[in-house]
Design a protein around this ligand. Structure first.
Ligand SMILES: Nc1ncnc2c1ncn2[C@@H]1O[C@H](COP(=O)(O)OP(=O)(O)O)[C@@H](O)[C@H]1O
Ligand SMILES: [Mg+2]
Length: 167
């Protein structure tokens, strides 16, 4: 059983990529949906309009998932912080700030949220967390700025084959 995670700053294309993989038949879990549906949060942060994930319970849930046969792709904010022993590959998506700004504006993010996320992307916050949690050998980075989703899917399939995660 393998868990492959897709993480990255909001707007880097996690959900779009995961949806493409799901359409190809891969099992995909959208972390934000799971957290809400199964109430795997400690509280709701009104100011930031986000759930505060109960990391212990999420880890427990992920361990249960890891007992199932086959490959599961887990995408979303928080995917950079799952138990490293059950994750075989972590894909960190990135995006150049100018393009990330356009994507977030198109999604009608409030200006302060846009600035917060651009700052996080410039500092490579998610990448840093992913490497310190999973170790650099399990982390790959894909810059999505100038790339079609289908092209990114191709790179991921090659990587999964190379690592023996799929055949
Ligand atoms: N590779 C890409 N190139 C251009 N636009 C993209 C790409 N991937 C995603 N997008 C667009 O960027 C926006 C954010 O994508 P989304 O998948 O929702 O990001 P995330 O789930 O990481 O927050 C969406 O409007 C999506 O259509
Ligand atoms: Mg998303």
């Amino acid at each position: 059983m393998s868990i492959v995670v897709i993480c990255g700053t909001p707007g880097t294309g996690k959900s779009a990529l995961a949806d493409a993989l799901s359409r190809m038949g891969f099992r995909v879990i959208h972390l934000s949906k799971l957290v809400v549906e199964e109430r795997l949060y400690r509280a709701y942060d009104k100011r930031r309009q986000a759930y505060i994930i109960d990391e212990e319970r999420l880890a427990e849930r992920m361990r249960k998932l890891a007992d199932i046969d086959g490959l599961v792709i887990v995408e979303g904010i928080g995917a950079e912080a799952l138990p490293p022993d059950i994750v075989s590959l972590c894909i960190v998506l990135t995006c150049e700030p100018f393009a990330l700004r356009e994507r977030l504006e198109r999604r009608n993010f409030p200006p302060e949220k846009i600035e917060e996320n651009l700052e996080a992307e410039r500092f490579g916050i998610i990448l840093g967390e992913a490497i310190s949690n999973y170790g650099s050998s399990k982390v790959i980075v894909i810059d999505t700025t100038y790339r079609e989703i289908s092209d990114i899917v191709g790179e991921i399939l090659d990587e999964l084959k190379k690592r023996g995660i799929i055949q």
